[in-house]
Ligand binder design. Structure first.
Ligand code: MN
Length: 275
């Protein structure tokens, strides 16, 4: 069994929150800029900048911004969840949600900011003796932070969203149907070796939606892919309730998928407006 914890590279963990609700983050609503830069970071500059917005899901009015993360002085803040920690009980227990967001994701945020700062210091001093270490830290924490943003925003309380006809149409074209995509995605999630992710993403080079497995999460990527739907299959994401029964966790994940968010991300990636 793989006991590697994804925060093991993190030297310090923030204190646990005792509450059952995600920490409030007033800065989140203040996010307005950075969309074009973020797109460039994803290699999607040619697909146009998103409309500035604080929208998280639902995407009414065309204001969806998949990169809405609070920032201050160039440092990332911890994005808030759009639901309480106990809102996904149909798939994921509140304690797991709390630990996953307030401890694990927070650790990635701190590690990412730290790596960016250390690399800035290296440039300022023209001293790149430790550049390999900090690039590794940047990849590990940066990939972790970005994928957790997608994963948490990809979920909503069971029964609150449904796949739209536009999303079904896209999935039919690229996978033969929504159900076929889900079966493929689930199989990929069940069989990731060790810790990792299954990711539905948009590959702009081929104007194509694809499913990827990620072992760890800084490896095995395809550059330019825009993540549309991601499931975390590191043990911390499910072990309290499911122990070794990853397949059961994967099955239940579908109960809490936020289809509005998935559609908004899918259409955004192709420079289209949500329906
Ligand atoms: Mn995780």
């Amino acid at each position: 069994m793989n006991h590697t914890d994804e925060t093991s590279q993190q030297t310090s963990s923030p204190a646990s929150s005792a509450t059952t609700s995600p920490p409030a983050d007033p800065a989140r609503r203040a996010f307005l800029g950075g969309g074009a830069a973020a797109l460039a970071a994803w290699g999607l500059g040619a697909f146009g900048a998103p409309t500035a917005s604080a929208g998280s899901h639902g995407a009414e009015g065309g204001g969806f911004d998949p990169f809405a993360v609070p920032k201050e002085d160039g440092a990332y803040g911890l994005f808030e969840l759009d639901y309480p920690y106990d809102a996904l009980e149909d798939a994921i227990d509140a304690k797991t949600m709390e630990l996953h967001h307030s401890i694990h994701t927070e650790s990635y945020r701190v590690g990412l900011n730290n790596a960016l700062k250390e690399l800035e210091t290296a440039r300022a001093g023209d001293d790149f003796a430790k550049v390999q270490y900090w690039q590794n830290q940047l990849a590990f924490h940066g990939a972790g932070f970005m994928l957790h943003l997608v994963f948490f925003k990809n979920m909503a309380p069971a029964g609150t969203t449904r796949p739209s006809s536009a999303l079904r149409s896209l999935m039919r074209r690229h996978f033969g149907g929504l159900e076929a995509m889900k079966r493929h995605f689930s199989a990929a999630a069940r069989t990731v070796e060790g810790s990792g992710w299954a990711i539905l993403g948009y590959q702009p080079v081929g104007d194509r939606f694809i499913i990827m497995q990620a072992e760890k999460h800084q490896n095995h990527t395809q550059w330019g892919v825009f993540p549309v739907l991601a499931i975390d299959v590191w043990e911390h994401a499910y072990y309290l309730r499911y122990q070794n029964r990853r397949a059961e966790y994967v099955d239940n994940f579908w109960k809490v998928v936020n289809w509005d968010n998935v559609e908004a991300r899918a259409l955004f990636a192709r420079g289209m407006r949500p329906s």
